[in-house]
Design a protein around this ligand. Structure first.
Ligand SMILES: [Zn+2]
Ligand SMILES: [Zn+2]
Length: 264
């Protein structure tokens, strides 16, 4: 198996549904033989009030210091980056500029869509069921990638999690996302956390909720840069057997991956 050298989609206990501090992930990364580790916990938000799944604005300082302390402590062992995973919401340039002043990179994780002003009553992207909803997901990803705020597009095919059927609409959304990633020159993620989830029954049989093979066939057509992330919420899962399964599945599909993310 090819060696796995870095992970840029890593969570932290501050989001309240992950375990472990930066040091726990750093120690595990060193044990796994990683050269780089990017911390990218769920960003605080002023518009999405789901504090069960993200840090509060005033908690960012704790997160930031926790990463800084480990950068100092482990500088001769591993390169550590400070990032955040965040949703895109239109007309919030100030918010993204604020985040980009505080961290080195943003991962786009579009966990919600909303049809309302002020992003009220958000709909989970894990549970999109209608054509209208997945079309909106595709539109938001395209808009997000145009902004250049993001360094990595996490789980681009998350919309298939609830929608499941690989039909004309799903294909059109995949093309829209891949075209936008190509234009913005942003790598797409092959998410190992999808391998940890239960498979879903589709008309084509049992499938992983994501990453979907069909989606990555389109990624191949566009010759996009692909990177595998652990998206671990527990330190022990940083380089677990599901990550290895993801590496093998991507190789089997004939898709090359990049080892490192270019972070300015
Ligand atoms: Zn999470
Ligand atoms: Zn994540």
């Amino acid at each position: 198996m090819t060696k796995f050298l870095a992970n840029y989609h890593t969570h932290h206990e501050l989001c309240r549904h992950a375990e472990g501090t930066t040091e726990d992930y750093v120690k595990e990364a060193i044990r796994c033989g990683f050269k780089e580790l990017g911390m990218s916990d769920h960003a605080y938000s002023y518009l999405i009030n789901d504090y069960g799944v993200r840090m509060k604005p005033e908690e960012f300082a704790i997160y930031s210091k926790d990463i800084d302390d480990n950068i100092l402590k482990y500088h001769d062992k591993i390169k550590i980056y400070k990032g955040l995973e965040v949703e895109f919401i239109e007309d919030n340039a100030e918010y993204y500029k604020e985040l980009l002043k505080k961290v080195e990179y943003l991962v786009l994780g579009q966990h919600y869509i909303s049809f309302n002003i002020g992003f009220s009553a958000p709909i989970s992207s894990f549970a999109l069921v209608s054509k209208k909803e997945i079309i909106e997901y595709g539109r938001m990803i395209e808009k997000a990638l145009e902004t250049k705020y993001f360094t990595l597009l996490a789980h681009p095919d998350l919309y298939m999690c609830g929608y499941q059927e690989w039909d004309e609409t799903a294909i059109a959304v995949a093309h829209q996302i891949c075209k936008a990633a190509k234009k913005a020159k942003i790598p797409v993620e092959y998410n190992a956390n999808g391998f940890r989830r239960r498979k879903v029954m589709t008309t084509k049989g049992l499938k992983r909720p994501y990453p979907r093979e069909e989606f990555f066939e389109i990624v191949k057509e566009y010759d996009l840069e692909v990177i595998i992330s652990s998206d671990c919420h527990v330190p022990e899962l940083l380089c677990d057997e599901y990550l290895l399964e993801a590496v093998e599945a991507l190789e089997k599909q004939g898709i090359k991956r990049i080892d490192y993310l270019k972070i300015k």
